[in-house]
Design a protein around this ligand. Structure first.
Ligand code: NAD
Ligand code: UDP
Ligand code: UDP
Length: 318
């Protein structure tokens, strides 16, 4: 049960980070969770506080961090367009300075380090589905660039530390993931639609809703993440992790309405600039390298997520 590994999770109080901390503790690891609570919260990890192998630390990864660990999962970075565009300079800093600090730490303590990269490195892709060898179609000066280019630069830093300093790196390109503990005001499409449907508010579709995304349930994603960290040292990635089932945003809205039984109506708002028109991972490499593929279909994952938001809204109203 006890693996005796000491693991740093940056961004550990966020949506994905909190699930990761939970899974690592369950398998016996010691977990140090570092977060500045920009989009994450103590609430996400409050059930872990007091666990003898869990430690929560308020820390901003754009500043150096001196700790002793065996592995680092670097997740610190706002992920929702609403949040990462709030202070775009800070977003680039968290990706770039954060990566430098965590790589410097990994170099000093000889830790293995995994980067939570993103399908956004492909931008508005002209190759579909996206394979890891596609270099992407990214606007370097648009409103999404702070996130996209920040994450691209972080990948560059990971591969340069690998080439230059022989660091053990794992680069994971995460595609749209949803589930319990997304922030209700997060701004991302799944949480927006569910909260709107549960409140009976209008469902806000940006553009005509013909743009596509492929939605992965959080449990599947975390399984892929841990499998990637546990691969032999010659596996560096980048590797896509996501669910290849592709839906239009309009189809997603219809599924959410059906599963909540809501009377909400669809309303159409302007499409933000540079919004990718299509996105779907090619997960062949993940299947071959990690023996991994998602197991939770959209309806099942949405049911869990709807249950979570329903309870959260009842608790907040009480
Ligand atoms: P999230 O916003 O819930 O979590 C991000 C966490 O990072 C939060 O707890 C936040 O407080 C923390 N953070 C932000 N800036 C920080 C800083 N300077 N120092 C320390 N902590 C900081 O988002 P998430 O969905 O859990 O995303 C986690 C990671 O996965 C991010 O790096 C994101 O880019 C990546 N990712 C997520 C998705 C997805 O669909 N969920 C897709 C692609 C990539
Ligand atoms: N760093 C850190 N913790 C450590 C070691 C380094 O946060 O345990 C940071 C430190 O801020 C440093 C950065 O990581 O500037 C990059 O480290 P590296 O050793 O690669 O470069 P250098 O120290 O030579 O700038
Ligand atoms: N979107 C939408 N309504 C919302 C929020 C998002 O139609 O209330 C759209 C958004 O324009 C994008 C897609 O849903 O086309 C996914 O958006 P999200 O912010 O979740 O993630 P990303 O664009 O980063 O994939």
């Amino acid at each position: 049960m006890h693996s005796n590994k000491r693991i740093l999770v940056t961004g550990g109080a966020g949506f994905l980070g909190s699930h990761l901390c939970e899974r690592l503790l369950a398998r016996g690891d010691e977990v140090l969770c570092a977060d500045n609570f920009f989009t994450g919260s103590r609430r996400n990890v409050e059930h872990l506080i007091g666990h003898k192998r869990f430690e929560l630390m308020r820390h901003d990864v754009t500043f150096p961090l001196y700790v002793e660990v065996d592995e680092i999962y670097n997740l610190a970075c706002p992920a929702s367009p609403v949040h990462y565009q709030h202070d775009p300079v800070a977003t680039t800093k968290v990706s770039v300075h954060g990566a430098i600090n965590m790589l410097g730490l990994a170099k000093r303590v000889k830790a293995k380090i995994l980067q939570a990269s993103t399908s956004e490195v492909y931008g508005d892709p002209s190759v579909h589905p996206q394979t890891e060898d596609y270099w992407g179609n990214v606007n370097p000066i648009g409103i999404r660039s702070c996130y996209d280019e920040g994450k691209r630069c972080a990948e560059t830093l990971f591969f340069d530390y690998w080439r230059q300093h022989q660091l053990r790196i794992k680069v994971m390109r995460i595609f749209n993931t949803y589930g319990p503990r997304m922030h209700p005001n997060d701004g991302r499409v799944v949480s927006n639609f569910i909260v709107q449907a549960l409140r009976g508010d209008d469902i806000t579709i940006y553009g005509e809703g013909g743009q596509t995304r492929s939605f992965c349930y959080v449990d599947d994603l975390i399984d892929g993440m841990i499998r990637l960290m546990d691969t032999p040292d010659d596996v560096t990635g980048p590797i896509n992790i996501g669910n290849p089932n592709e839906f239009t945003i309009r189809q997603l809205a219809e599924r959410v309405i059906a599963l909540t039984g809501s009377n909400s109506k669809l309303v159409f708002k302007p499409l933000p600039s540079d919004d990718p028109r299509q996105r779907k991972p090619d997960i062949g490499l993940a299947q071959r390298t990690l023996g991994w593929q998602p197991t939770i279909e959209l309806d099942e994952g949405l049911r869990h997520t709807i249950g979570y938001f329903d309870q959260l809204m009842k608790d907040d109203a009480a």
